[in-house]
Design a protein around this ligand. Structure first.
Ligand SMILES: Nc1ncnc2c1ncn2[C@@H]1O[C@H](COP(=O)(O)OP(=O)(O)OP(=O)(O)O)[C@@H](O)[C@H]1O
Ligand SMILES: [Mg+2]
Length: 189
């Protein structure tokens, strides 16, 4: 049921895209956003580190700080969605409690998408040299290596980003958004 004042009633939604570093969150949120904009949808991407710098410069990477940061992001996502924006959150989100809290904050109009990619594949891609720098002693802690990533218990969609192209993965996300009736189905074959 779509109630008045809900994200879905306004045409907005929140796709919470989670996964290990280099699992494809930025790549896929950009590809999905591009397609949605081309079809006239209002879209905002709230992407990991960039949002952190603006919202939570005082927070670190402890469990408590990560959960607090995710709460801030979910609240802003909810407000945007309520105003008709399709919000793509691209955040590692290593803790199940944060995912559940985001779902509860947004309510209907929320979908959780896990980009599943084994750590070995992420490490091999290592586009930003993150895994390499963590291997050096004293390097930053990296989620999945020396900081936990809890396997998502209740994702609405799991996308395998270890195999297949980014274009295919973006298409799976778009199809899912259409299945959930957040966007109109894509007429393209
Ligand atoms: N099926 C796929 N889906 C997404 N990305 C893919 C896929 N196959 C290969 N890639 C590549 O994997 C890399 C993913 O990097 P990206 O920066 O998008 O990850 P991220 O999850 O945003 O990482 P971070 O947490 O560090 O911000 C890109 O270089 C992308 O081209
Ligand atoms: Mg990224």
């Amino acid at each position: 049921m779509v109630t008045e004042g809900s994200p879905a009633a306004a045409g907005g939604f929140v796709a919470w895209i989670e996964g290990l570093p280099v699992s494809g969150k930025t790549t896929l949120s950009r590809a999905v956003a591009e397609r949605l904009r081309a079809t006239g949808h209002k879209v905002e991407i709230l992407d990991g580190d960039e949002v952190r710098r603006m919202f939570s410069p005082e927070l670190g990477y402890s469990r408590k700080d990560r959960e607090f940061h995710a709460r801030r992001v979910s609240y802003v996502a909810r407000i945007l969605a309520r105003n008709g924006v399709g919000v793509l959150v691209a955040m590692i989100t290593p803790y199940e409690t944060s995912r559940q809290a985001a779902r509860a904050t947004v309510g209907e109009g929320f979908t959780e998408i896990w980009l599943r990619c084994p750590i070995e594949v992420c490490r091999q891609r290592d586009t930003k040299g993150l895994y390499q720098s963590s291997a050096r002693s004293g390097g930053p802690r990296v989620t999945g290596v020396d900081d936990p990533f809890e396997e998502p218990l209740n994702p609405d969609l799991v996308v395998d980003t270890a195999n297949g192209t980014a274009a295919d993965a973006a298409r799976q996300i778009l199809n899912h958004l259409a299945d959930r009736k957040f966007i109109a189905p894509d007429p393209r074959p």
